[in-house]
Write a protein that binds this ligand. Structure first.
Ligand code: ADP
Length: 189
């Protein structure tokens, strides 16, 4: 089974490229951001808790998001593979994912690091805020999210290098060119 971690800063294009991966390779897509936004939309207790963190540009506590991820994963039946988008975002989350997959006789197949310079990330997120109206896509929250990314999430690059699973992907340019680089990595797995 393919278990792909798509990684990158906010605005790096994880969601867009995930959709293209799903179409080409027939895997399931788990986006923790989408899961949480859906809870918020449905007005659940979890949604209320999540909104507090998301609006502040902060991460949810590891224990909470790890539980959520485990239950989403358990809900997948007869899956050809999974693309993990937005998870892991911390070292404890990466360790939890490794353990969760091992318990199911599986492992992460590859980590794809979508690399985009910070100035471009900010431009993209501001534009997404205007087009799609995501409440966390405003300059103040974007800046907080980038600090959180640099401090808590970007150390995962070294984690996955040590695991021998790291793949650098140039995240700037035409969508198809970016996807072709991704598809070349996945095709070799
Ligand atoms: P981004 O565009 O910032 O990558 P996402 O849609 O992936 O946005 O996530 C939106 C927000 O949901 C994050 O800023 C964070 O508050 C919360 N979130 C999503 N995934 C996680 C996670 N793995 N751990 C903690 N919080 C998360």
């Amino acid at each position: 089974m393919l278990n792909i971690v798509i990684f990158g800063a906010p605005g790096s294009g994880k969601g867009t490229q995930s959709a293209m991966i799903v179409e080409r390779f027939g895997v399931n897509h788990i986006s923790t951001g989408d899961v949480l936004r859906n809870e918020i939309k449905n007005g659940t207790e979890l949604g209320k808790v999540a909104k507090g963190y998301i609006d502040q540009g902060q991460l949810l506590p590891d224990a909470l998001i790890i539980d959520i991820l485990a239950s989403v994963l358990d809900g997948l039946k007869d899956s050809k593979g999974v693309i993990f988008d937005g998870f892991p975002r911390t070292i404890p989350q990466a360790e939890a994912l490794k353990k969760m997959l091992a318990e199911r006789g599986q492992q992460v197949s590859a980590m794809l690091d979508l690399d985009v310079p910070e100035a471009e990330l900010i431009d993209r997120l501001i534009k997404r805020g205007q087009d799609a109206g995501r409440a966390d896509d405003n300059l103040e929250t974007i800046k907080k999210r980038l600090v959180v990314y640099n401090e808590q999430t970007s150390p995962l690059k070294d984690y996955y290098k040590t695991e021998g699973l790291y793949n650098h992907i140039n995240g700037v340019g035409a969508l198809d060119d970016i996807f072709n680089e991704i598809a070349a990595v996945i095709s070799k797995l």
